[in-house]
Design a protein around this ligand. Structure first.
Ligand SMILES: [Mn+2]
Length: 373
């Protein structure tokens, strides 16, 4: 009995002594063997170590002069945890954190382009989330306006590529895009909006919310109407992926055109194909500067269940990424991924993984084409 126990112990201890060859552990970014000089290396990163920023980018508190002035950047990720402008399910205030979690495995050389956006001319940072109050929409949106203006007002790192840093916002409900557009207008003037969404979001505030109170008219279904009213956007804008019903039939659609939008409906993709959709978007925006806003509900709920106003019959994740990547060459001055509400996600993080990939595609477009102010 003693002998067999000893045998079991020695089997266990030798099992614990199994030594893996060094190539079994690799550096996530470069496929370098870990512990090249030291058999135990804790200086190189792993996909799961450290604190969670977008794609492991360095965190810079971009809102505080003393912290940001010494750490310049060209493209900044900015979280906008705001979801009190929704008409459906709330929860997008957790979107920035959810998208960051979904971005943990981003990195490396893109299989389609052969490029690595994380090893380019552009200095990338994650500014964290704008600190927004959660009980007063008017104050919160003023804070977000201010956050965008402060983050984009700092001098860029690679000034030969462009003086103004560009921002990719992680939403937040779609109201948050209004703050982004107010800020881009100051730096770049009116821009064409390429708006991926299942809803038009140009509803007249008088009709949607404004009948209740003045401030309720500022919400995730009216922000594009307000952006038009404020002169922030050009009348060469376009929706992509629309399929949700409108409230007032022809009146809403007439108003939509008046706000500067053309429309590619979700099922148009079946007829036009990816190339046809891309061609229509490009011919619509011409050579104007563009802002790309992606409401994750443009995807079918099968691919993005974690959103506030899901509409069946949407794009697959692959279709959306193919369209986005084909917009390469357009002068993209800013963009966002919004309406991600992680509490409704699957346990496999279906929506947040997709949303992170969308943000990665926006980043690739911005790195590919520097824009000077
Ligand atoms: Mn929307």
């Amino acid at each position: 009995m003693f002998k067999s126990a000893l045998l079991a112990l020695s089997t266990l201890s030798s099992a614990r002594e199994i030594v893996f060859p060094p190539v079994a552990a690799v550096h996530p970014a470069g496929q370098f063997p870990l512990g090249h000089h030291d058999p135990v290396d804790i200086t190189s990163g792993s996909q799961f170590s450290g604190l969670t920023t977008f794609a492991h980018l360095p965190y810079v508190n971009c809102f505080v002069d003393e912290e940001a002035n010494t750490q310049r950047y060209d493209i900044a990720f900015l979280g906008a945890p705001f979801d009190t402008g929704v008409t459906g399910r709330p929860g997008a205030r957790y979107g920035p954190g959810g998208i960051r979690l979904g971005s943990r495995r981003l990195g490396g050389w893109n299989i389609y382009t052969g490029e690595n956006v994380f090893e380019s001319w552009a200095k990338l940072v994650d500014c964290g989330d704008a600190p927004l109050t959660w009980l007063d929409n008017t104050v919160a949106l003023k804070q977000l306006d201010q956050a965008h203006k402060v983050v984009s007002s700092r001098p860029a790192n690679s000034t030969e590529k462009g003086r103004v840093p560009r921002i990719i916002t992680l939403g937040g409900d779609h109201t948050t895009t209004l703050s982004a557009l107010r800020s881009t207008h100051e730096k770049w003037g009116p821009v064409s909006v390429i708006h991926f969404d299942s809803h038009i979001d140009t509803w007249d505030p008088e009709v949607l919310g404004g009948g209740v109170s003045h401030y309720a008219g500022v919400n995730h279904g009216t922000f594009l109407h307000l952006a038009h009213e404020e002169g922030l956007i050009r009348n060469t804008s376009i929706h992509v992926g629309i399929r949700a019903p409108v409230n007032r039939g022809k009146a809403d659609l007439r108003n939509d055109v008046r706000c500067g939008f053309d429309m590619i409906k979700a099922r148009d993709l079946d007829r036009l194909g990816i190339d046809g959709v891309v061609e229509q978007i490009k011919s619509r925006v011409g050579d104007s500067r563009v802002y790309i806003s992606v409401d994750i509900d443009v995807l079918d709920p099968a691919y993005a269940p974690a959103t506030g106003t899901a509409e069946p019959g949407g794009f697959t994740t692959r279709e959306l990424l193919s369209i986005l990547d084909a917009l390469r060459g357009l002068p993209v001055i800013g963009g966002d991924v919004v309406e991600v509400a992680p509490i409704y996600d699957t346990v496999a993080e279906t929506t947040t993984l997709g949303a992170a990939e969308v943000a990665n595609s926006l980043l690739a477009l911005m790195v590919a084409t520097p824009v000077s102010a």
